[in-house]
Every structure is written in C-alpha cells, then in structure tokens.
Design a protein around this ligand. Structure first.
Ligand code: ACM
Length: 493
C-alpha cells in the first residue's frame, strides 16, 4: 500500500478529511502555495535510510523522506501530532483538528528495532498478529521476530511434513502456575496453526507497514513438538508427547544426516514464505545430556571428527548457516551459538546478558541485543508481584527498559556498528490470552521503541513519562490492554 494511501486511510476515520491522492506535477511542486495539501516526496539526496523531514506550515504539510519507510515514519509522526482521537475509527466532528507548525528532521539510531513474540507456548490468532504488527509500526519498530516452534507447540504449516502441525501443534493441557509438578495442568487442550496462506497474508501485511518478519525455527533444542510428530528426529526413539510443561527440556534433534536434511527441507518452505534476509534457528538452552549419553551420537561425532558436544552444536548450526548463506540468507541465533565456535557469517542475539553480544561484536560479528535484564517483557513490571498477574519471574520496570543503552561500553568504537539494534522479548508461558500479552508488552514496548530510535543522550525518563500520558490515550483508542503506569500498585512507576 503506498504511503499516501496509509495517510489518507488513517485520516479519513476520525477527522473525516477526504484527501484525494494526486501525483505532483512540476507546477504543483514549484508552488506549494497553490493550494493546501500534504505533500510526500522521496528525496534521493537524503542518504539516511528510514529518515524523514516533516514540515508543518499554515498552508501546507511537506514530507521529504530518504526512502518509503522514512515517509511511512513521517506519517506516524504526523498522526501523533494530532489529538489522540485520530486513532479512533469513528468521525469526531467535535474535535478541532489542528497541528502545531514545526519542522522535524528524524532518523533511527538502529536498523534492528524489534519485538519477539512467542506464539508456541500460547497460540495467538491471525487478527491479533496483525494488530500487533500495526502497533509495532506505530512505534516505528521494524522487526517482528516470530517464535514459531518450541517444545509445547509447532505453529507453522510445513507441507512436506504435515505431522509437524497435525501432531506437533496440539498439546493435551497447559501447566497451572509455577508449581505445575504439584498442581498439575489445566486439563484444557491447547493448540493452533498458522497455515502457509495465512503466513503469506501476514508477511504482506507487515511489509506494507515496513515490518520485516524474522521467523524462528528452534534447533537443536526446544524440539519436543517436532520429535513428538516425527520420533526419528530425536535421540532416544521414544514416543514423546507435545510438552505440557514449561522449562528447559532434554529432548534434542539428533545430528544424523537425515535430520539435517529434514530441517533444511523445513527451511526451504520457511524461506519461500519469509523474504527477509535473517532466519532465526534458536540454538538456546540445548542441554546436551542426550547427545552425551547416546552411542549413535558418539559414533556420529567420531565419523565427523568432532570431540565434544558443544562443537557438535556448532557443527549443527554451521550446517544451517551454510545452507542459508547458499540461498542468500543469514543465520541468527541466541547467544549459545557462540559455544563451540560461532559459524562464520552468523549473527548473535545476546539474551543471557550483554556478554555474548560483546564477545561477538568484538570478534566482528553482527549482534542484536536482547538481554533479559533489560528486554524481557515476560518479567514482572513491578516489585509488588502480589498485585500483578502471575509472571515467569524477574522484575523489569518501565524505567529500566527506558534507560537501556544497546551499545555496551565494552564494544570497541570500531565494532559499535556491529550492534544492529535491540528488541523486546515476549515469552508467553504465563500469557494465555492476547489481553495478557498486551498487558506485558505495553507500555514497555513504547520505552523500547524510544531506546532503539533516538540517541541515548536524549533519554529523559521524566519527560518520557509525561509524554506517555498522552501516548496511552492513543493506545486507549486502539483498544490496547496496557498496564497503567499510574496503577497504585505499580511501585516506583
Ligand atoms: C531464551 O530466553 N531461552 C532465549
């Protein structure tokens, strides 16, 4: 959808302004005084990707952008300069729609401005995924990292291997609270699948909003749903169920050639659906007990001349990196892919802390910062946990997200550009509903959006808090179930 159409559509609802879209002529360009309009122009002289200049004068609004994404972000800014009711779909004749006269020159600090959503632990319907992408775009976030497979559910239809979703997408129940091993499960079957048609629709929807989807297919750990569907992929040969427990599981893919081939066939279908350069292969929390204890894996290691299981994981991930590189794509994985040696060309997502990111960046690898201490939105939002819905643990108040600087001091100036950006993580073990996902995401996502867009030197939490009050009115209009920072139980914030 052309950006002019985005603007026309956004304005039509609440303001009832029925702008016509016209391609400018030399005459109109030469004399913007001719009539009032909003002009959008791509400015080839403007070298910064995603940048824009927005000028509001009393007779005309002019947008000059470095590229279409920049024009789209100018439109987001323009909408945010109007009263929050602009986000309402119904006509508001009672509002005097006016904008301040101003000039804004703007461009993002980072090119990777992301949010990860876990759709495996709990499945979210397509309508929610689209709403979520809209909200990313409104916050000028451009990466939707979509966690599609895990022990508790395989969510992406793979035509060649239908059992992945026929079996792997469904579990018999979900754990009840933190003490499920005592309390048991909820007894309610849970599941869901994104068909390839739905995924194509979502990818196109995201692209229109300048959001790239980075799909994640977990390997060699977090593999139980796939092994439940195809037991030959595992190490024990035992028949497994799709997991009904949270936590780190022991069931890994085996390193046989047939399993590598299976996963590469899966990747073929993933690549056909997701055109973005980066493909996430997980790599986290692969406890290697089964690999260590399995004679067939030991024999395979001897055959490959590999001496330890960490190096075996490195070999496994390396096979995928080479496969993806041969198809013009790039592998990204959680920071455990550093163990045993990082395959060349791989990008590291630093989640256990910032150390993985520092090591990788200083070794000349690209890095996305996702440290749990600053970006895990599944953590509690307040120390007063008794007044919060049950969460996985931890504590990440809004101010901590807001004050996070993605470039660690330990990364040399020469390698700072290796930090592509940062992203927030929404692991959904304790978020059974989409309202709960929104509660955990907002307003922390708003703080993160500023972290990845604007310069660290401009960070001012009091100022942010003041602006957030207006921003929450926008989220109200959009029906976002955010956590109110004014909540009496919200501790410091
Ligand atoms: C992770 O939180 N296991 C990446």
């Amino acid at each position: 959808m052309p950006v002019a159409l985005v603007l026309q559509t956004a304005l039509r609802g609440a303001t009832s302004w029925a702008f016509e879209i016209e391609t400018a002529t030399d005459e109109t360009l030469a004399d913007p005084l001719l009539r009032s309009c909003i002009s959008l122009a791509l400015d080839q002289k403007n070298p910064l990707p995603e940048s824009y200049r927005l000028e509001v004068a009393w007779w005309v609004i002019q947008i000059h952008a470095g590229d279409p994404a920049g024009a789209f972000y100018a439109v987001q800014t323009l909408l945010q300069l109007l009263p929050p009711a602009v986000y309402q779909a119904v006509a508001r004749m009672d509002i005097a729609w006016s904008l301040p006269c101003l000039m804004i020159e703007d461009s993002p600090r980072f090119r990777w401005r992301g949010i990860m959503l876990d759709s495996s632990r709990y499945f979210q319907p397509v309508g929610f995924i689209k709403k979520f992408i809209d909200l990313l775009a409104l916050h000028k976030l451009n990466i939707f990292h979509w966690h599609l497979t895990d022990d508790q559910g395989w969510r992406i239809e793979i035509k060649k291997y239908p059992r992945l979703t026929e079996i792997g997408a469904w579990r018999s129940e979900s754990p009840l609270g933190h003490f499920a091993h005592f309390l048991g499960g909820d007894g309610v079957p849970h599941g869901g699948v994104y068909t390839q048609d739905q995924i194509r629709e979502i990818v196109a929807y995201a692209a229109e909003r300048f959001v790239t989807i980075v799909p994640e297919i977990e390997m060699p750990g977090h593999a139980q749903s796939a092994i439940a569907a195809y037991p030959d992929l595992g190490c024990t040969g035992n028949k497994l169920n799709v997991s009904t427990a949270w936590g780190v599981h022991e069931n890994l893919f085996n390193p046989d050639e047939s399993t590598v081939e299976f996963l590469q066939n899966v990747l073929d279908e993933v690549l056909a659906l997701f055109p973005g350069v980066f493909i996430h292969v997980g790599g986290d929390e692969a406890k290697k007990t089964q690999w260590r204890n399995c004679p067939a894996v030991t024999a395979r290691m001897t055959e490959l001349g590999i001496e330890d299981v960490d190096s075996l994981q490195s070999w496994f991930i390396g096979r995928m990196a080479t496969y993806l590189a041969g198809r013009g794509r790039r592998l990204i994985g959680w920071d455990e892919i550093l163990e045993g040696g990082l395959p060349p060309g791989s990008t590291v997502m630093s989640w256990q802390g910032i150390e993985g990111g520092i090591v990788a960046a200083n070794a000349g690898h690209d890095v996305v910062m996702a440290p749990k201490q600053a970006t895990y939105f599944d953590f509690y939002q307040s120390l007063d946990t008794a007044c919060e819905p049950l969460a996985i643990g931890g504590c990440l108040p809004l101010e901590m997200v807001y004050s996070y600087d993605p470039v660690p001091a330990e990364v040399s100036a020469a390698n700072a550009a290796r930090i592509l950006g940062a992203q927030g993580q929404i692991w959904t073990e304790y978020m059974a509903t989409t309202a709960h996902v929104e509660y955990m995401a907002f307003p922390r996502l708003c703080a993160l959006a500023e972290v990845v867009w604007s310069l660290q030197a401009t960070r001012d939490f009091e100022n942010f808090r003041h602006r957030l009050a207006t921003h929450l009115k926008r989220l109200d209009r959009l029906g976002v179930h955010y956590r109110s920072p004014g909540d009496p139980y919200s501790g410091a914030m």
